[in-house]
Every structure is written in structure tokens, then in C-alpha cells.
Design a protein around this ligand. Structure first.
Ligand code: FE
Ligand code: FE
Ligand code: ZN
Length: 300
């Protein structure tokens, strides 16, 4: 099983990300090259990258299971300001270059939100932006993420297929379990869902899974992630996804919320990933997840 979580990328860059992933018992991870809500980015440091790659090799982390996520303020669908749209394209190009410098193969991208535009026009803007961005050749491939359809988000399976058909360059897909459930695809019969995915997009295009439970019922279009086994998708289905033979080579990345003493306590919060990964490895739901997390971190 290839599993990990979202990790930070700070002043020690990828080296710090690898160390954090290892502390969770992970063999995969995902990071943003800076704050997800802005586009301020530092140059990639070559020696830190080399150190990170050595540490990964030593610990058996395959670089193809290391994923980068583009900041979510980038909206390729919105061309109401030509200047902003061009800025997003330029940012994406730089982000792909940064990924190439880090040796990363996949960059996850939210397709965009139509915010007031007719959906067709918004989708066309995304297609044009991606055709422009990918004119330069990059080793790193963009993975379009399936979205929860919150607000005016674009990112149903059909919409991703439309975009992929009209972009002249290779693209892949990142499947977010919370998002597809929120968008109205039931995961209860997971094989049926996988067949639908295969028929609409094709399983060959799937290169990353965001493994999240959801706080809301199927079709709620809210996009609020929940800890593994504590939401409406449930442990059984998420475990099935982890061990599905057709998905065995695909990294599963947790983006579940940090937790305090209670799920609502946001004062002192801790990462749940070590214990979530542990329960998925052991294939057994941990009813005392919160207690275990709190015991591990309370002394810090
Ligand atoms: Fe995302
Ligand atoms: Fe996600
Ligand atoms: Zn989400």
C-alpha cells in the first residue's frame, strides 16, 4: 500500500517534507511549494533537494509517489481580468519548473470555478489556459482534481473528461474521495464507482488519490474533509480503496483535518496522520483515534 499525507514545505524545503512524512510512517506524501492560499514562492535549493532525494532513497520512498499541489487561489476558469488569467498561467509554468527541479512527476490542480460565467465558457478558459501553459515541455504532469461541486466549482468526472479531450498535451487525474462523494457519486459500491470512472475518464489517467472521509452526506457539495472512519464515507469503503488491486500502484494521500482534544477544539491541534496511516495498515478502525493523537502530542 502506498500511503501518506499532506505535509509542510518550509525553509528546509523537500528535506523537511520527507522527514515529516517519515514521522507518520508514510511512503508517499504531498506538499505545496509555499502557502496554498498565495503565490509567493522561494527558489528551489539544489543541495536541500539532493539531501531529500538521498533520504527518500534510503527509506524506500519512490519519487513518483511524491505529489505537489498547486495553490488553490489559481483559477484558470476566470478570464474576467486578462491580466490575472495570464498571471495564473505564468505561475503554473513556474510551478511546473519548480516540480521539475525537485524531480516531482505530478502536480495536482483544481480546475477552477466559473464564478458567474456560463459553465461552457469557464471550461473553455481552462482548456485555453492549459494549452498555453503546457506549450513548454515539462517532465511533471498536471493532475486535474475531482471537485466537490461546491459553489461554482468545475470538476465532475464528465467535466474533467471534456477538458482532457481538448487539451493537446498529456494530463492526468487526482481522485478525491470526499470531493466525489460530495459531488454526488456514491462510493458505497466502490467497484461500480470505479467502473463509472473507467468508462468516463479511464483508469490509466488516475495517478493520485486524496483519501478523505467527508463530514457531509453524498451530494452535499460542501467539501469538508473528515478523519478516516469518522465521516459519511466510512472506514470500510476507505480501506477497500486502499487495498483495491486496480489501485495498488497509486499513492493515497490523506488531507484529513488536524484535531484537538475534541474534534471541534481548534486551539491546540495535532496531525492525525500517524494514527490514520497505522489503522489503514492494520486494517482496523481506531475508535480512540483522538485519545491516541492527544497522548502522542500533549507533551509537546
Ligand atoms: Fe485539492
Ligand atoms: Fe483533495
Ligand atoms: Zn477538499
Amino acid at each position: 500500500m502506498i500511503i501518506g499525507s499532506h505535509v509542510s514545505f518550509k525553509s528546509d524545503q523537500l528535506l523537511g517534507s520527507v522527514k515529516e512524512a517519515l514521522s507518520y510512517g508514510a511512503n508517499a506524501f504531498m506538499f505545496y511549494t509555499g502557502a496554498p492560499q498565495n503565490t509567493l514562492r522561494k527558489e528551489i535549493d539544489e543541495s536541500l533537494t539532493k539531501e531529500a532525494q538521498t533520504l527518500m532513497e534510503y527509506n524506500g520512498i519512490d519519487i513518483k509517489n511524491v505529489i505537489c499541489h498547486a495553490p488553490y487561489i489559481i483559477n484558470l476558469a476566470n478570464r474576467s481580468s486578462e491580466e490575472k488569467w495570464q498571471f495564473s498561467i505564468e505561475f503554473l509554468k513556474k510551478e511546473l519548473s519548480r516540480c521539475d527541479a525537485l524531480g516531482i512527476s505530478y502536480l495536482v490542480l483544481h480546475p477552477g470555478s466559473s464564478v458567474g460565467l456560463p459553465e461552457e465558457e469557464a471550461i473553455q478558459n481552462i482548456i485555453d489556459a492549459l494549452n498555453e501553459t503546457l506549450k513548454n515541455n515539462y517532465h511533471c504532469m498536471i493532475l486535474l482534481e475531482t471537485m466537490a461541486k461546491k459553489g461554482t466549482e468545475i470538476g465532475s468526472l464528465e467535466e474533467l473528461k471534456t477538458i482532457m479531450d481538448q487539451v493537446k498535451y498529456p494530463l492526468g487525474v487526482c481522485l478525491d474521495t470526499c470531493h466525489v462523494s460530495d459531488a454526488g457519486y456514491s462510493l458505497t459500491d466502490f467497484n461500480a464507482f470505479l467502473e463509472e470512472f473507467d468508462n468516463t475518464i479511464g483508469l490509466d489517467y488516475l495517478h493520485c488519490i486524496h483519501l478523505n472521509d467527508s463530514k457531509n452526506p453524498c451530494g452535499a457539495r460542501k467539501d469538508r474533509h473528515e478523519n478516516i472512519g469518522y465521516g459519511t464515507i466510512g472506514f470500510k469503503t476507505l480501506e477497500t480503496i486502499c487495498y483495491h488491486p486496480k489501485l495498488k500502484d497509486i499513492p493515497k494521500i490523506l488531507e484529513t483535518p488536524y484535531v484537538g482534544e475534541s474534534l471541534e477544539d481548534k486551539k491546540r491541534i495535532y496531525p492525525p496522520y500517524y494514527y490514520e496511516i497505522k489503522m489503514l495498515k492494520e486494517r482496523e478502525f481506531d475508535k480512540e483515534l483522538l485519545k491516541h493523537i492527544h497522548e502522542k502530542y500533549k507533551t509537546l
